[in-house]
Design a protein around this ligand. Sequence first.
Ligand SMILES: CC(C)(COP(=O)(O)OP(=O)(O)OC[C@H]1O[C@@H](n2cnc3c(N)ncnc32)[C@H](O)[C@@H]1OP(=O)(O)O)[C@@H](O)C(=O)NCCC(=O)NCCS
Length: 166
Amino acid sequence: MVRLQPMEEADFERYLARAIPRRAERFAARGIWTAEASLEASRQAYARQLPEGLGTPGQRFCHIVDETKQLRVGETWYSSTVEGGQVHFWVQWIWVEPEHRRRGYATAALQRLEEEASRLGAPRIVLEVWADNPDAMALYRKLGFVPAHLTLVKRVGPSGAGPLEG
Ligand SMILES: CC(C)(COP(=O)(O)OP(=O)(O)OC[C@H]1O[C@@H](n2cnc3c(N)ncnc32)[C@H](O)[C@@H]1OP(=O)(O)O)[C@@H](O)C(=O)NCCC(=O)NCCS
């Protein structure tokens, strides 16, 4: 049995301390940010997305907990906002610790998120995934997520063979 347990402030600070360099590294690896500027860019991006930190309206941060083992196995960040008369439910992030992967935890967590979306009156769950993340793509495909919006990228200029950005 998997439960989503809301993070406390200290957990959230630990989450951010991991998330900021993680995003910096991924964006730098894809050439979206330079390696030198990426850490500060990531810090600023999180500050824009979460101006009130853990208390930012509509944003929820949870541990993924295996209730049977009383064990935190991962984390998720989701958001729910109302716009255009509709509830918009986004899975912003889901992470299962490497040693707990391929045991159905992400599947179970996404089921909990689906229940939460329904409870809030959202007609769908939306998320973004890098096209070069086969693990996550396989997970989402298996659970019935389908592409609804594609970001297209074309390299320009002399740098030619650099990594693709999104
Ligand atoms: C993607 C991620 C959340 C999956 O978590 P998980 O708990 O291992 O996923 P599940 O055990 O629920 O997997 C369910 C199904 O997804 C697919 N899947 C998951 N990981 C996979 C992998 N590494 N390779 C191939 N298929 C995979 C499989 O179909 C799997 O079913 P199966 O194990 O019966 O074959 C985890 O690998 C992770 O935290 N990755 C790093 C963070 C990340 O990329 N998050 C997504 C950002 S959009």
